[in-house]
Design a protein around this ligand. Structure first.
Ligand code: EAX
Length: 335
């Protein structure tokens, strides 16, 4: 790996001077610090993934790399963090695919409502050839896709009423991710979709700028959204993948061996995040109920599947149905 100061000449000169000054103090002065940022809290499932990534990379590199976490939107919302990766101001990001389609349109297929029936199906597709093909597409868009990780099945919350059918969604001001497939789906249900970066969401819910939002249990719980929401409906209307991305600027400075360390560490992060998402998918609902949320569990999904069909047409009109058909035709669906 080139010395850290190869990336930015001014910063490099300062680090070089500092390293010389510190070299007598600590051998760690040569360690390359890598920052991993995300929008969720430091108790989130993403954060569990960062912990596993950190432990694995520091072990594999024998301390050559150290990892620093920047959680809770400290470096911005997911879309702006992805932009930071592209220009090299951020080293690594864990993000949902929410804003990713703006950079890599091929990934929009993953955001279609009711695309997957369960976690096993989704993980099977993302860990298989289709998942790898989409990672390769990401690499062609000035980003580096290290590994698919996981956000989880998204459920609806709001402060107005229990949602049991699409009719109950009608008229609600619902925050969505900055994702046109999701916006089309909620518009089709008669909601007023309001795209918004995650770090702005809690305040918007508290102030009533929006009535509701949708996120996995893990996010609803660990970002304390229950403090500003009264009703939770287990719609599971979208499986929300997440992805660990690296900056092409950082990546261009790594040797092949170092790149393998990063990939291995990202896989360890995925396993830790998936385990936490699965744990909270069950345990977390009871905790949210204990926090005072009214939980609607027995949702008939058929009316929701029907209501969001216009989102599929908008997607296939623009991108065709080839990838969608491949996903549904994969062995993961014929288990
Ligand atoms: O990636 O923006 C969202 O609702 C995402 O689910 C959240 O930031 C976790």
């Amino acid at each position: 790996m080139k010395p850290p100061f190869a990336r930015h000449s001014l910063t490099g000169a300062l680090i070089c001077a500092t390293s010389v000054a510190l070299s007598a103090v600590s051998l760690d002065a040569d360690a390359q610090s890598v920052t991993i940022a995300h929008a969720t809290s430091d108790s989130s499932s993403y954060s569990k993934g960062v912990d596993a990534f950190k432990a694995t990379l520091e072990k594999l590199s024998d301390g050559q790399f150290t990892v620093t976490e920047q959680p809770a939107g400290a470096l911005g919302g997911e879309r702006s963090m992805i932009e930071g990766l592209q220009i090299g101001t951020i080293d690594g990001v864990i993000t949902s695919t929410g804003p990713l389609g703006n950079f890599v349109p091929e990934t929009y297929v993953l955001d279609l409502p009711f695309l997957f029936d369960d976690y096993q199906q989704a993980r099977c597709v993302l860990d298989g050839p289709i998942g790898q093909e989409l990672l390769d597409k990401i690499d062609q868009n000035n980003l580096v896709g290290l590994a698919w990780t996981e956000n989880g099945f998204r459920h609806m919350t709001n402060s107005q009423r229990s949602i049991r059918t699409p009719d109950d969604v009608e008229g609600l001001k619902l925050r969505t991710m900055e994702n046109k497939v999701h916006m089309a789906a909620f518009k089709a249900m008669g909601a007023h979709p309001t795209p918004m970066a995650f770090p702005e969401l809690f305040t918007a819910l508290q102030q009533g700028t929006v009535d509701g939002q949708e996120n996995p249990i893990s996010v609803i719980l660990t970002s304390n959204l229950w403090e500003a929401q009264d009703y939770l409906s287990l719609t599971g209307h979208v499986y929300s993948p997440a992805i660990m991305l690296a900056s092409p600027v950082l990546w261009g400075e790594l040797s092949d061996e170092e790149k393998d360390w990063f990939r291995e560490a990202a896989k360890a992060g995925t396993q830790a995040t998936r385990a936490d998402v699965s744990r909270l998918e069950t345990d977390g609902v009871k905790t949210l109920e204990d926090h005072g949320m009214t939980v609607i569990r027995d949702i008939d999904k058929a009316p929701f599947r029907k209501a969001v069909q216009p989102a599929y047409k908008i997607y296939t009109d623009e991108y065709g149905s080839e990838m969608l058909d491949r996903i549904h035709g994969s062995a993961c669906f014929n288990r």
